[in-house]
Design a protein around this ligand. Structure first.
Ligand code: GLU
Length: 372
């Protein structure tokens, strides 16, 4: 068995497409969902956090509402999504319960990623779910997402979710077992085992593939891989029906197509450090400065002495140590106004003040660049 040299992954996003979840008659492929839950439960027991992006809502709704074909009008598709999403989550709830795992439904729209405040909120919710051992089951909020704000396909959604939660691996499970050099139905087409760069040639291969139920095809998978590669996230495209596919991908078995990540977070850190405008300053005590500089910690309210400037959630600020030196820059989870209220407090104290508990970090480590 050939293998890949992979790091051990801590947080993964698994995306499964409609055509792998829904059978020929338009009904749910129960054994596929059961196998997915078995596999996710297995890797979760080994300490890997898993988020699931599942399609299938519109497809299930189509069947339940008795449409012979996929409806063309948007309100009808949205109606199908509304019906099918409920059915979908009910199944997930049931199959994961067998493993004593709770699932949480998360429905997102494009704006949840483009608006920094909503992005941070969604991220905090996901972290809370993962901390509690819940498997988030994510889909686009098709019922409300009108065309202008639709992502439209779950490959792109899964890539954005991977960035949102700082996942280190995205597995795209599909009815095809990888990227081929040509039409996979021809024996002359060969599986491409790894992609280091999405070249024009690769893009050309992808055009034209489309499945009947889902909206995806190879084009959206490549779009997704482009996002993850540039965000330092490894991506593997593999067949949903492959036995124990998730565990085997994690173990580094040469399955499907791997898209190797480009330099991790370099761009984002550069953006925080140099491209974003510094809107204010946070003065911290010696303890907080040492925790940031030497221990790789996030900035918590307890070590903050005062703030300067008027800034909002999502703005970039400088962090200043007692001697007056700037030790870091980062993106804040709280406005200057709110930091005035919570500075110097401990988590348990805030827990007793209604509306002030929110999240612990004023600047999360992932949004902090040291010694700019
Ligand atoms: N959100 C759609 C659904 O649940 C699927 C989109 C896609 O197929 O990528 O039906």
């Amino acid at each position: 068995m050939e293998s890949r040299d992979l790091p051990s992954f801590k947080r993964i996003v698994v995306k499964i497409g409609s055509s792998s979840l829904i059978g020929k008659e338009g009904d749910l492929n129960i054994s596929q969902i059961e196998s997915l839950a078995d596999q996710i439960a297995g890797v979760q027991r080994e300490g890997v956090e898993v988020l699931l992006v599942s399609s299938g809502a519109i497809g299930l709704g189509i069947q339940r509402l008795g449409f012979a074909h996929r409806p063309k009008s948007i309100p009808e598709k949205q109606a199908c999504a509304s019906v099918g999403q409920g059915m979908l989550i009910k199944f997930y709830e049931k199959v994961f319960a067998k493993h004593d795992i709770t699932v949480g439904q998360v429905l997102l729209t494009r704006e949840d990623f483009s608006d920094r405040k909503r992005f941070l909120n969604a991220r905090n919710t996901m972290s809370a779910l993962l901390r509690m051992g819940v498997v988030p089951v994510i889909n686009e909020n098709d019922t409300v997402a009108v065309d202008e704000i639709r992502l439209g396909d779950n490959d792109n959604l899964a890539a954005l979710v991977s960035v949102l939660v700082d996942a280190d691996l995205l597995i795209l499970l599909s009815d095809i077992d990888g990227l081929y050099t040509g039409d996979p139905r021809f024996s002359s087409s060969k599986l491409i085992a790894e992609v280091k760069e999405i070249t024009a040639e690769i893009e050309k291969i992808a055009t034209g593939s489309k499945s009947a139920l889902g909206t995806g095809g190879m084009i959206t998978k490549l779009q997704a891989a482009r996002i993850t590669m540039h965000s330092g996230i490894t991506t593997v495209l593999a067949a949903a029906g492959e036995k124990e596919v998730i565990r085997r991908v994690l173990a580094g078995e040469t399955l499907g197509t791997i898209f190797w990540p480009l330099s991790r977070l370099a761009n984002r850190r550069r953006w925080i450090a140099y491209n974003s405008t510094v809107q204010g300053r946070i003065f911290v005590d010696d303890g907080a400065a040492a925790a940031l500089l030497n221990k790789g910690k996030s900035l918590l309210p307890s070590g903050i002495q005062r703030v300067e400037g008027n800034f909002k959630i999502g703005h970039t600020v400088s962090v200043i140590e007692p001697g007056g030196r700037e030790i870091a820059r980062g993106i804040v989870n709280y406005s200057s106004e709110d930091i005035e209220i919570i500075k110097g407090t401990k988590t348990w104290e805030r827990a007793r003040t209604p509306g002030r508990k929110a999240y612990d970090e004023v600047i999360h480590r992932n949004n902090l660049v040291m010694n700019v």
